[in-house]
Design a protein around this ligand. Sequence first.
Ligand SMILES: Cc1cc2nc3c(=O)[nH]c(=O)nc-3n(C[C@H](O)[C@H](O)[C@H](O)COP(=O)(O)OP(=O)(O)OC[C@H]3O[C@@H](n4cnc5c(N)ncnc54)[C@H](O)[C@@H]3O)c2cc1C
Length: 443
Amino acid sequence: MKTVILGGGLTGVTLARLLNERQEDTLVLEAQPHIGGLCRSVNIEGFTFDSGGSHIIFSRDKEVLGFMHSVLSDNIGFRNRDTKVFYKSKFVKYPFENGLSMLPKEDTFYCLNEFIRTLIENEKGEGNKPETFKDWIISNFGKGIGELYLIPYNEKIWKCKTEDMSLHWVEGRVPSPPVEDIIRSAVGIETEGYTHQSVFAYPVNGGIEALIHAIAEPVKDSIQTEYIVKSIRKDGKNWIISDGEKTVYADSIISTIPLQSLIPCLEDVPLEVKDALANLRYNSLVSVFIGLKGETSPYSWVYIPGKEDGMMHRVAYLSNYSTNVAPPGYSAILAEITFNEGDEVSSMNDTEIIANVIESMDKLNFINKENVVFSGSAREPYAYVVYNLQYEENLKVVKKFLKLLGIPLVGRFSQFEYLNMDACIRSVMDYLKERPVKVADQE
Ligand SMILES: Cc1cc2nc3c(=O)[nH]c(=O)nc-3n(C[C@H](O)[C@H](O)[C@H](O)COP(=O)(O)OP(=O)(O)OC[C@H]3O[C@@H](n4cnc5c(N)ncnc54)[C@H](O)[C@@H]3O)c2cc1C
């Protein structure tokens, strides 16, 4: 009984490991020369950068968190989160609503006043039921916090108007604060938000990719890299998979690759499915790597909602995750920029993007460009699922087709959901609970 797992990112290697623990025979097929997907890291000139953007280990899910911590064994460090929002040239505490007293007084008043006004409206039952992400922001936080931070930040990262986004994904991802915390933070009493992330873990050595290698260790001989799955056919009960040169046979398959990579591999895909797939939106990412002489700011990462402050929406200070990501006396920084094919960022080459980001960061005094000793970049075509208003409808059509074919979908772009690492591992665990052990014996 052989199961082929399509894709060797976090989800694929976790599936292989846990199936192996059940004595099931697996083979992972990964397109790239290295496993890891979005959790890859690059080591260049003594610096380590996470090429799919800044990654930290955190979770509310104790079982999954325990799994990630335990596989890393000694190669793990813990840090207190010290994250800011860069707003009107100030570093405001994150989440923004926990830093209200740090805003200019007029803005603090606007945020608090609008928050209370919305709260009263909701209590009286006068507020409209939110139908879009923008409605949800305003009805949970008020117009002030919405207009000053949440809307511009979200529109910068999603490259999509918040009124064109659905809201069913936000719970647990966009933190909703207790009322008392907003009032406390507005008058200057220290509060913490998003507390399950206030202490996070990160590998001491090797960047986030070290987590992938630690998970993959017992199954590394069952992984084939540089195998781009190009066609998948079913012949009776068997699956026939090919990269155009080499054929692989399987009794069952599990896909962890993006739907946009999977569907073109299949035969006789109905037009309706192709159309639905074409309308599923996602964002790509450029990560800009900066190696700096000397120390950087003490922050973990900084959100940058203002378009005028540069094209990057977030800057992460990787040396504050682990000092080993840079040679002694140097620091590693990573800036993230989302883009879509055809937009302004996609028309720029990497050299232009790097120069633009360094210039912006120098202007904001995040860095002194004279101290830059290394720069580089990486692109990820599939970085963020964008929950537009047609998302649910389109995804249903695609998933129904794949369910009929018998291809289980596990993972971020396979389920086409905003899943963090913990949620991917949770999906694997939940999928395996449903999957009969030793399928072959039961047939
Ligand atoms: C900017 C950013 C920051 C993030 N930060 C965090 C964080 O701080 N903490 C956290 O928990 N999560 C974070 N995440 C989420 C995390 O990256 C994902 O949850 C996780 O990496 C998804 O793993 P996956 O295996 O499902 O998908 P992927 O990593 O996308 O893996 C899919 C794999 O399939 C392969 N593939 C694609 N097509 C084919 C093909 N035709 N044939 C063979 N192989 C193929 C790809 O090469 C890839 O290796 C972040 C994500 C982004 C984009």
